[in-house]
Design a protein around this ligand. Sequence first.
Ligand code: ANZ
Length: 899
Amino acid sequence: KRAYPFHEIEPKWQTFWEKNRTFRTPDEIDTSKPKFYVLDMFPYPRSLSISISVCIFVSVLKGESNLGGAGLHVGHPLGYTATDILARLKRMQGYNVLHPMGWDAFGLPAEQYAIETGTHPKITTLRNINRFRTQLKSLGFSYDWDREISTIEPDFYKWTQWIFLQLLKRGLAYQAEVPVNWCPVLGTVLANEEVVDGVSERGGHPVIRKQPMRQWILKITEYADRLLEDLDDVDWPESLKEMQRNWIGKSEGAQMEFPILDSDGQERDVKITIYTTRPDTIFGATYLVLAPEHILLPSLVSKEQSKCVEEYKDIALRKSELKRTELQKEKTGVFSGGYARNPVNGEAIPIWVADYVLGSYGTGAIMAVPAHDSRDQEFALNYDIPILPVVKQDDESCSEGTIINSSNVTTGLDINGLSCKEAASKVIEWAEKTGNGKKKVNYKLRDWLFARQRYWGEPIPVIFLDGTSESVPLNETELPLTLPELDDFTPTGTGEPPLSKAKSWVETTDPSSGKPAIRETSTMPQWAGSCWYYLRFMDPKNSNELVDKTKERYWGPVDVYVGGAEHAVLHLLYSRFWHKVLYDIGVVSTKEPFKCVINQGLILGEVQYTAYKDADGNYVPADSTEMSGEYHRESIPEEKVIKSGDSFVLKDDPNIRLISRAHKMSKSRGNVVNPDDVVSEYGADSLRLYEMFMGPFRDFKTWNTSGIEGVHRFLGRTWRLIVGSPLPDGTFNDGSVVTDEKPTLEQLRSLHKCIAKVTEEIEGTRFNTGISAMMEFINATYKWDKHPKTIIEPFVLLLSPYAPHMAEELWFRIGHSNSLAYESFPKANPDYLKDTTIVLPIQINGKTRGTIQVEEGCSEEEAFRLASLDEKLSKFLDGKSIKKRIYVPGKILNVILDR
Ligand code: ANZ
């Protein structure tokens, strides 16, 4: 069944590459050559979590081999194969290529697993790394393993800590008491970005808002504008840029001051500052709303209202921000009992508390304009608050309008008749002059909460003088501050980090004063190491610097960065932020870390077919809508299914329509394909080729094991073309069957077309169509009786980025003694690419009777032969004797018949 002996070839070449360090990028390189830095988002060497051990148990019962626990699934090699193809191509095109691999190994999942199994995270993490490495090597990726790094190695996190010290020095890291996202199950706080739909991004555990805790925070907001602007300079998918833009969420508006009134209606000296993007509508502000967590709230609640305000706050603070801001959610709130004065018209307006206003955005307070804001309108209708229109829509469709009802003699402000835009400027101008407000740009982006109450992370390199909260940074010479070994690393549950249990580590002395001090016990979040690891690959062993300047200048930025779209805002935003800080302090020379980012599409599990049976056990056709509970579902194997129109039906009974669906691969669904199994059955080259052939690189694709057979057969044909047919005992001869013949024009044309196409498609990351071109070429070769070396050899080079093991072996069989990894990649000769067929008019007795397609430079004999084969022309020629032929090459053939 196996088309060629990949079992022997693949390990052979993997050992060869390893022994010869074929893909090592030397420290000292010829910098006159162009560089190409191609990087995968490095993997998290994940363990299998306990909660799914049941599935493993089941698969063991079923005799499946997936016992390994940690490991790659077939989604990983998709991106890794793509970058490997690029790396191999560029090496052969004469670039210095940097193509490294490492491990993102600190963080929650490893620690959760450790807690569940009672094994130290270091042990499980190292075990997983070993397994991942072995798997990657079995796929023949051309990484420079001499540059392997891991975020948990002190040599590496020394520099993560060093960057933290630089952030501190520049005031970009600070401590604050902040309300936090607290995840009770994980026992830690999480950054906003790590909370998705009210649950933790990792693990899906509920997250609640917790009252202020002391935290380390990074001032990413100071870089908001640059993070926004520089997006214009990178070659990233537009959708990804848009996600970052939305996340940063820049909006322009005004802050306005509303004085609070006391119970006699007199102005107190406290004001509520609101943020609005529509200062033009301020005359229509008929009430204010404070977020439940607003600090001024307690000071203005009336006695009568205090109980219900307290109750409301209690409920609101237990909701996530996302829940609170859901548009369709009913708007609730309570009256605070207090009033404020609208500065533009002097009117007293009630102050409400409502959870649709967030404490963390703007100023945590709004002026509500129920006539023109839908949330405010819904609220006002619920609670019977006056609604005053201040903008007259010019016409139905136009959003711009004219301001009405907006003038006041006392304040002297009159914006009636202005457009919204003009009015907004005028209100801001008035506010700035009278001290009632100012222009304000706001960002959705929050500062980055950078501390975790967890064990498995980089220690934060600061100490506190005994009994104080005054932090003192460590000296750079004291780095790395290593993570202490700790047997009991479980979260304490109180918010006190587990590191506090490492007494002898925590208690230290301040080197400058000699006074007792204690260490910070929170650790850095998962994202810290991945913020800068791509720089370390340029110079992984440097003990004096994070990265040598000359090396950074040569290798930076990353030319192509490939990974999943799920990192659009977390990793890719944080690392851009750190990169810009490093740029500002002269560590890096480029403003952006990743020139081009490509997101590979997800590989979904094999399509699953479901049939439905009624209570009597008879199949019923599935309608497109959901089938209700009264039917029994039955899963149908692929071989019993055929396609009918747009849907799938039972082969035996085409009336029975099935539901077909592909799901994300997940252990719990049991549809995970293990690359090890594929490699042992078809070989790594087939897996690589298949993953590239499934469809466009960026699209979602469904796995289909039978699809591998197609590419496997293609490799088998390629093998037999060059090595020959198997010998009677099923083995293959040791050499090759290519000949020393001169190639024909047709052969040259086929080859050069293939070269042009494959090169173009790899460079355009359209790997699938590159494979089609090679398949076409191989089909063509089977029509030839001779296979000249000068044609076959370049093809082997073309194939090598995709199927490197087979290509190396064929190269060797053809008679080379060295790896092809640095051979120059074939270049297409344009002379062979031209379309060279022409249309030749045929005359019979001087009368044009038709045309034929011929090759340019075709002989008279050949032209006549083709003409006599032509259906139309043959009618005139059949059985006639020919007196004379007049041939003008490229122009005309005139056949004169005997009368
Ligand atoms: C009055 C107004 C009238 C508003 C109007 C909008 C339309 P972006 O673009 O997202 O910045 N807002 C301000 N702070 C808020 C908070 N902490 N929680 C919830 N909503 C808040 O939107 C800014 C607008 O959202 C502000 O402008 C404010 O409502 C509201 F016809 O003020 B506006």
